[in-house]
Ligand binder design. Structure first.
Ligand code: SF4
Length: 103
């Protein structure tokens, strides 16, 4: 759920308006909470191609919300529901093993 990321910028900011497909940032304060929770439940789907993954752990180190763990030398998204969609893991993965899709 990305509530903490949404709160990192003031409600109604340009970034919030761009990021939030629900339009919650433009709603009266009383209606924002339920819409933000709805956005958070939409989430992201993470796919790690274990044929490509080298197990270097770069995604484990870079992820700000500790989505990944190394299991048997491969990255596994054990907390996928926490994903913020920042794509830092995608950028840092030299093996190009990770894809992030918005649900
Ligand atoms: S996109 Fe990658 S680095 Fe960013 S929060 Fe999701 S799993 Fe973590």
């Amino acid at each position: 759920m990305n509530i903490s990321a949404t709160r990192a910028r003031p409600f109604g900011s340009e970034a919030c308006n761009h990021r939030c497909a629900s339009g919650a940032a433009n709603q009266p304060r009383e209606t924002r909470a339920s819409q933000i929770i709805l956005e958070g439940t939409m989430g992201y789907t993470i796919t790690v191609d274990h044929d490509k993954c080298t197990g270097d752990g770069e995604c484990v180190d870079v992820c700000p919300v500790e989505v990944y763990e190394l299991q048997d030398g491969k990255a596994v998204a054990v907390n996928e529901e926490e994903c913020l969609g920042c794509e830092s893991c995608v950028e840092v993965c030299e093996a190009d093993a990770i894809t992030i899709e918005e649900n």
